[in-house]
Design a protein around this ligand. Structure first.
Ligand SMILES: [Zn+2]
Length: 65
């Protein structure tokens, strides 16, 4: 009996300007009430919160439980 340890580390965070590796809802690291849905291959955008075009941030995936 072999244990399956094939889980690859999941990149659950992403900074603005980097490419999303996992489809799902992400919340702003600064504004946890701001949730934006990114798909795999998308480029993380600015957080829309705040004035102007928003701000760059580190997005953290929202775990669905
Ligand atoms: Zn924000």
């Amino acid at each position: 009996m072999t244990e399956t340890q094939t889980q690859t580390p999941v990149t659950s965070t992403g900074k603005t300007g980097t490419v999303c590796q996992n489809t799902g809802p992400y919340k702003c690291g600064t504004h946890t009430s701001v949730v934006v849905f990114f798909k795999k291959g998308d480029t993380f955008s600015n957080c829309p919160s705040g004035s102007g075009t928003g701000h760059s941030t580190t997005w953290a995936v929202v775990s669905q439980q």
